[in-house]
Design a protein around this ligand. Structure first.
Ligand SMILES: NC(=O)c1ccc[n+]([C@@H]2O[C@H](COP(=O)([O-])OP(=O)(O)OC[C@H]3O[C@@H](n4cnc5c(N)ncnc54)[C@H](O)[C@@H]3O)[C@@H](O)[C@H]2O)c1
Length: 354
């Protein structure tokens, strides 16, 4: 790698990947490209500068902004409107223009240089109704898949890439799936080497958590700084479950894929914390209360929003078999890291996360 373009490079994933890549490949120029749309992304600028990452202020919706970057040999596409609730009850144009047209523009910028492409996709490509229809039971403080139940693309190990794709998945999920299809066409038509990672929840320091995206950091911050929280949907029980992956574990995966691009070329992986690194909201409340030494008021809102799902855990079997990668950090490791960061940067973060 000589020149790497990281779109969304001031965002949570993009800034962390940029900095970790620069640490690993000191001779490479890492370019973090971002329009700073996400509140808090401006806090990445001094971190990027100190790490020796080049920041370019630009908009992925605008091909000329991408052209101004010049030649590059690797593209990590991390720019997005990342909320699954985006577009509901409102205008979906920013979402589609950024997530779909933006990825098209980034692929067009990559095409003349035959740059390698790693695309950050999402578990939200899987449709909502079949995920809601999975047979669930309640065990302790969480939903689980009913013992012994399994079907095409799902089992107690989680959701695999052969989970059926028919049905609505949110405009966000549709934008990511459509962008995935473009990535595959650029591989087949123009010979770019590509990898797609359908990630479950990603988290860690420098995530600017908000109600509709980045729940773990929001939960931790409200426990520490104050403010209220709400168990939303599914009767307001707080039993809904997600797997979580530390962004440093995602970085290890991306490094492995970049080193083995010939064998990973064209792959679409599910990648996440998996069953071993999953948590329900109620379990998260208990863990955050231990870390913070106090609890905020937690409300209950029984009504389920259009894109809510009760359970998502990644089945990592395929990505582990093909790359040897496994998540390394536990829920407790992740919370320890996040709480340390929240304490270290209290003054900067409280106005954004409270
Ligand atoms: N965080 C997660 O849990 C998660 C899970 C699965 C997939 N993903 C994917 O990972 C990628 C990164 O997500 P994230 O969590 O870092 O989100 P983020 O919001 O922290 O980062 C996205 C960045 O993109 C920038 N951006 C938005 N619109 C832009 C535009 N038009 N031009 C240039 N920059 C623009 C934002 O300013 C922000 O800094 C996204 O593609 C997202 O879909 C994230």
């Amino acid at each position: 790698m000589k020149r790497v373009l990281v779109t969304g490079g001031a965002g949570f994933v993009g800034s962390n990947l940029s900095i970790l890549l620069k640490r690993e490949h000191g001779d490479a120029e890492i370019i973090a490209f971002d329009n700073l749309k996400r509140r808090g992304s401006e806090l990445a600028l001094p971190r990027l500068r100190e790490a020796g990452v080049t920041f370019v202020h630009g908009d992925i919706r605008n091909p000329e902004d991408l052209q101004s970057v010049g030649a590059f040999d690797t593209l990590l596409d991390c720019a997005a409107e990342p909320s699954v609730h985006a577009g509901y009850g409102g205008d979906p144009r920013y979402l589609i223009n950024t997530n779909l047209t933006g990825t098209f523009n980034a692929l067009e910028a990559a095409r003349p240089h035959k740059a390698d492409v790693v695309f950050l996709s999402s578990s939200r490509v899987y449709p909502i109704a079949p995920l809601r229809d999975l047979p669930m039971a309640t065990e302790g403080e969480r939903f689980v898949i009913k013992p012994g139940a399994k079907g095409t693309g799902w089992s107690a190990a989680g959701i695999a890439t052969d989970f059926p794709l028919g049905g609505a998945r949110s405009l966000y999920g549709a934008s990511k799936l459509a962008a995935e299809l473009l990535v595959e066409e650029y591989r087949a038509t123009y010979g770019l080497r590509t990898v797609v990672n359908r990630c479950g929840v990603l988290t860690g320091p420098w995530q600017m958590g908000k109600v509709d995206q980045g729940f773990l950091v929001l939960w931790a911050a409200r426990h520490l700084y104050g403010g209220e929280l709400t168990y939303m949907g599914f009767g307001g029980s707080g039993h809904q479950v997600r797997d979580i992956l530390h962004v440093a574990d995602l970085h290890r995966l991306v490094e492995t894929q970049l080193k083995n691009l010939d064998s990973c070329n064209g792959a679409v992986f599910n990648a996440g914390g998996g069953h071993g690194v999953s948590v329900s909201l109620r379990e998260l409340s208990d863990a955050c209360a231990r870390h913070a030494g106090k609890s905020p008021k937690i409300n209950r809102d029984a009504s389920t929003r259009a894109a809510d799902i009760p359970y998502y855990v990644t089945d990592n079997t395929d990505v582990t078999r093909r790359t040897g990668w496994k998540p390394g950090q536990s829920v407790e490791d992740i919370l320890t890291d996040v709480f340390q960061w929240l304490r270290d940067h209290h003054a900067d973060l409280e106005p954004i996360l409270r």
